[in-house]
Design a protein around this ligand. Structure first.
Ligand code: UD1
Length: 419
C-alpha cells in the first residue's frame, strides 16, 4: 500500500494548473448512458475514481476510448448488461450516478446498494424515492437496488427534504428523457450540478434553473452526442491554496474558476492571506505571516463546502488564535482531528463541532488517511510539521487528487511516494 513521506517546514511557492473536476466528470461520464450517440469528454482528471467509472461503463459492455490527453469518447449503443456490481460500487459510492440514466434510457437498472463509509451512513433513499415518483418500480433486495419502468419515466414534481448533490444529478439526468416536465425543488446548487446540466443541454436536453434551488426539465424522447470539456476542480484548487496559507507561502493556481470558490477565498482572506484573482487564476500570498485561525460552518453551496473543512482544520492547527469548525452536512467527518492531535495539534471535538487552538508547530508522526479530504488535510499537516510525517493508506488521496506529490513538489514541498 503506497504511502507519502513528507519532510515539513517548507513554505510553498510557485504555480500549478487545476485538474478537471472529479465531482463533475463522474456524473458527466454517467450521462453518456443517456444516448446511443458518441459523447466526447475532455479535461478529465487523472484519478482513480475516473478509472473506476470507466471500468463500470466497461462492465456494462461499453468500450470507452481514452487518448493520452485524457479525452474520452463513450458510445453507449453497445450496452449489454444493465448492472453496477458491488465490487465497483463499494470502491466508489458515486457509482449510484448510473441509476437514473440507465433507467431512463433502457427502462431497467440494477445498482449495488452503497454501504456506509468513513464519514457517515450516507443513505440513497432520496434518489430512490424521487425515481419512484417518476414512475419507476424499485425494490431493494439481495443488496441491490433493482429498478424498472414500463415505457418512459414520467415527469414529476420532486421536493428533496435534504439538499443532495448526487441525488439532484441522478434525477436531473433521468428527467431529460422522461415524458413531460419535471420540477426539482430544493435542488443542489453546486457548480458541478451546473456543469452536468450544461453538458446535458449540449446533448439536446431542455433544462432551466440549474444553479438555483428549482430546476425545470422538459423531457425529450432522445438525446444526441456532443463534445464537452469538464470544469476545473474547485476543491483541488482550494486545497492547494489552503496548503499555501498554512505554510506561509505564495501559490498561483491556473486554469481554475475563481467564482466557484467565493466562500473559501473569503475565509482565506480572513486568515490573513492576500488574494488576487484573474479570469482563470487565483494567487494567494501570505507574505511569510502565520495564518490567523478562522471559524466556519459547512453547508450546501454557496455556503462553505464540507469537502474543504478538513484542510482548514490543518491550517487552524498552526494558526494564531482559536477557530471553531461546525460540520452540518455529514455526521462523522472529524477522523482527521484525532490524527492531527497525534501530531501535537490541540483540537477538541464535541458533537458536530471541533474547537482548534493553534499551536506554533506540529511534530511529524506516522498517520493514517481515512477518507479523501481527510487525507489531503494530513498532507497539509505534514507540510507544516517540523520533521517527517508518513501518511499511510493514500489510495484515498489518489481517488481525488491528480499526482498530488508531483504538484506539491512543483511548489517546493519535500514529499515523495513510498511503495
Ligand atoms: C457529493 C460529493 C461529495 C460532497 C457532498 C456534499 C460527488 C461525487 N460527491 O456527495 O464530495 O462531500 O456531495 O457536498 O459529487 N442524504 C440522505 N439521503 C440521500 C442522499 C443524501 O440522507 O438519499 C444525506 C447524506 O447522508 C448527507 C447529505 O444528505 O448527510 C448530503 O449528501 P449528498 O449531497 O447526497 O452527498 P453526495 O452526493 O453523496
Amino acid at each position: 500500500m503506497d504511502k507519502l513521506l513528507i519532510q515539513g517546514g517548507v513554505s510553498l511557492s510557485g504555480e500549478i494548473r487545476a485538474a478537471g473536476a472529479k465531482n463533475s466528470a463522474l456524473p458527466i461520464l454517467a450521462a453518456t448512458l443517456l444516448t446511443d450517440e458518441t459523447v466526447k469528454i475532455s479535461n478529465l482528471p487523472h484519478l482513480y475514481d475516473i478509472t473506476t467509472m470507466l471500468e463500470l461503463l466497461g462492465s456494462m459492455g461499453i468500450e470507452p476510448m481514452l487518448d493520452e490527453t485524457l479525452t474520452v469518447e463513450v458510445n453507449a449503443s453497445t450496452v449489454s448488461k444493465l448492472s453496477a456490481p458491488y465490487a465497483l460500487v463499494k470502491t466508489m459510492r458515486a457509482s449510484i450516478l448510473v441509476l437514473g440514466p440507465m433507467l431512463a434510457h433502457f427502462g431497467q437498472a440494477e445498482v449495488a446498494l452503497p454501504g456506509g463509509c468513513a464519514i457517515g451512513s450516507r443513505p440513497v433513499n432520496l434518489h430512490i424515492q424521487a425515481l419512484q415518483k417518476m414512475g419507476a418500480n424499485i425494490v431493494v433486495e439481495d443488496g441491490y437496488i433493482k429498478a424498472s419502468v414500463d415505457g418512459r419515466l414520467k415527469g414529476a414534481r420532486i421536493f428533496f427534504d435534504l439538499v443532495t448533490v448526487t441525488g439532484t444529478e441522478n434525477v436531473l439526468m433521468a428527467a431529460t428523457l422522461a415524458d413531460g416536465q419535471t420540477i426539482i425543488e430544493n435542488a443542489a446548487k453546486e457548480p458541478e450540478v451546473v456543469d452536468l446540466a450544461n453538458c446535458l443541454i449540449a446533448m439536446g436536453a431542455e433544462i432551466k434553473g440549474h444553479g438555483t434551488d428549482t430546476i425545470v426539465v422538459n423531457g425529450k424522447p432522445r438525446l444526441h452526442g456532443c463534445s464537452y470539456s469538464v470544469m476545473p476542480d474547485r476543491i483541488e484548487t482550494g486545497t492547494y491554496l489552503i496548503a499555501a496559507a498554512a505554510t506561509r507561502g505564495r501559490v498561483r493556481v491556473k486554469d481554475t474558476v475563481p467564482g466557484t470558490l467565493e466562500a473559501v477565498l473569503l475565509k482565506l482572506e480572513e486568515a490573513g492571506a492576500q488574494i488576487q484573482v484573474g479570469e482563470d487564476w487565483i494567487e494567494l500570498d501570505m507574505h511569510g505571516k502565520r495564518p490567523k485561525a478562522v471559524s466556519l460552518r459547512t453547508a450546501p453551496h454557496p455556503a462553505f463546502p464540507t469537502d474543504m473543512q478538513a484542510q482548514f482544520a490543518a491550517m487552524n492547527a498552526v494558526a494564531s488564535g482559536v477557530g471553531i469548525i461546525t460540520e452540518t452536512v455529514f455526521e462523522n467527518r472529524f477522523m482527521h482531528v484525532h490524527e492531527m492531535n497525534r501530531m501535537g495539534a490541540s483540537m477538541q471535538v464535541q458533537g458536530n463541532t471541533v474547537t482548534i487552538t493553534g499551536v506554533p508547530t506540529l511534530r511529524g508522526a506516522p498517520v493514517m488517511a481515512t477518507d479523501l479530504r481527510a487525507s489531503a488535510s494530513l498532507v497539509i499537516a505534514g507540510l507544516v510539521a517540523d520533521n517527517e510525517t508518513l501518511v499511510d493508506r493514500i489510495y484515498h488521496i489518489d481517488r481525488g487528487y491528480e499526482c498530488i506529490e508531483e504538484k506539491m513538489q512543483l511548489l517546493g514541498a519535500r514529499i515523495r511516494r513510498l511503495p
